[in-house]
Design a binder for this molecule. Structure first.
Ligand SMILES: Nc1ncnc2c1ncn2[C@@H]1O[C@H](COP(=O)(O)OP(=O)(O)OP(=O)(O)O)[C@@H](O)[C@H]1O
Ligand SMILES: [Mg+2]
Length: 390
């Protein structure tokens, strides 16, 4: 571990032997580590409650609460803090008890300085990697939540579009029939019938209401078409790399390699990063699902004009010819019910087309598939007539 990293470690030394503490602190400082000091377990806990540290190096044998009890309380309140115990030579069982209560490790006194330094560095490494793993997990969960929300919205949209479409047909019939009755009423032989004016008023009310219902269904169809886009300038290679990282574990679990081939010409793109990420995740998830052990997935990123071309190529099962158009339909899925909703590609193509781009597939049964996405650059100042100014 280099000095710059060592300098970042926040360390607390807990030992009732003042001389031992001071000497150790001095030697640690020479290697770049600043340390706080406490003479007993009680002081250590008070200090931690005010100012948590990364690593605690603590003697087991102390007056007042001993090291094992202090360790127990540290682990209860400061999950991230790692504790290294120092035990007397004859008391290694204290160390073993310490490990059981969550100590990072124990060393027997007299302590060999470089050995201790190594342990401190290892404990800090563990803290950093735990933190990174936690952050990655939270990030993945957040993205998944976002995707579920978008897919639900899309499903709702499809349903609403269907309903709107179906309602328009009977509305047209009602409207036509009302119009027909109106013309009948205007005929000469109908001039003297009783309640004629009341009939005419009733027909007018029917026509007005049909018009209102139509406006509502049209509005519904128009609303479904809108999805909020947040445009920013995206470093495409970074976005793709980061997205691959999200699914890499799922791929590795199946023994699938994921490669990225990024064209150097591809730099930045004005678009919505969340939606592009979703496009990529949907396509990658499908590719992982279709590919077996020892398979390979390649993501190609290249500049095309001012836009970006993304190819997701897998060596998986391939798609039969007769399904190659149907896979983009909502709810088309060959997966078992709990495994797929059949909305992935529908939503993906919808997103891409709203950017004015394209999503196409080439596939050969038993050999694999290639999904090709083209996303044009969304000029920051030109909304391209889509009403989607950033
Ligand atoms: N890379 C691929 N290789 C082989 N078949 C694929 C691939 N991508 C999609 N498919 C086929 O297309 C179908 C539809 O895909 P789509 O992503 O729309 O839905 P899904 O993956 O079944 O469910 P989900 O809604 O969870 O994405 C899949 O069920 C699968 O049969
Ligand atoms: Mg899918």
């Amino acid at each position: 571990m280099d000095t710059d990293t060592l300098k970042q470690i926040q360390l607390l030394l807990v030992d009732d032997e003042t001389e031992f503490r001071r000497t150790l602190a001095k030697r640690l400082l020479k290697r770049g580590i600043h340390s706080l000091q406490a003479a007993d377990g009680e002081t250590c806990l008070t200090m931690l409650s005010k100012n948590p540290v990364d690593v605690v190096v603590m003697d087991v044998m102390m007056p007042g609460i001993n090291g094992i009890d202090a360790l127990f309380r540290i682990k209860k309140h400061h999950l991230e803090t790692e504790v290294i115990l120092l035990t007397g030579n004859a008391n290694t069982q204290d160390g073993v008890a310490g490990i059981k209560s969550g100590a990072f490790d124990y060393l027997t006194k007299p302590v060999e300085f470089d050995h201790l330094l190594g342990k401190i560095a290892q404990a800090y490494d563990k803290i950093i990697s735990d933190r990174e793993q936690k952050a990655a997990k939270e990030y993945k969960a957040r993205i998944e939540q976002q995707m579920i929300a978008t897919e639900r919205l899309a499903a709702l949209g499809t349903l609403a579009a269907g309903v709107a479409h179906e309602i328009n047909n009977p509305l047209a019939i009602i409207n036509e029939s009302a119009g027909y009755l109106k013309t009948v009423l205007q005929k000469k032989e109908m001039a003297e019938i009783p309640h004629k004016v009341a009939f005419e008023n009733a027909l007018q009310k029917i026509e007005n209401s049909v018009r209102r219902a139509r406006t509502i269904t049209h509005q519904l169809l128009a609303d479904i078409g809108k999805k909020e886009q947040v445009l920013t300038e995206i470093d495409m290679a970074a976005l793709v790399t980061e997205t691959i990282r999200l699914i890499r574990r799922d791929a590795e679990r199946k023994g699938i390699r994921v490669n990225l081939a990024a064209d150097r010409d591809m730099r930045t793109l004005w678009s919505d990063p969340n939606q592009i990420r979703q496009v990529l995740i949907n396509l990658l998830n499908n590719a992982i699902h279709a590919t077996d052990e020892d398979g390979e997935i390649t993501v190609r990123l290249a500049a095309r004009g001012t836009g970006a071309a993304l190819d997701i190529i897998d060596s998986g099962s391939g798609i039969p010819k007769e399904n190659q158009d149907r896979i983009f339909e909502p709810f088309f899925s060959t997966k078992s019910p709990g495994e797929g909703t059949g909305l992935g590609l529908f939503v993906t193509r919808d997103i891409v087309e709203k950017f004015g781009g394209t999503l196409t597939v080439e596939s050969e049964l038993g050999k694999g598939s290639r999904f090709s996405v083209y996303i044009p650059n969304q000029d920051r100042f030109d909304d391209g007539g889509t009403g989607l100014q950033s």
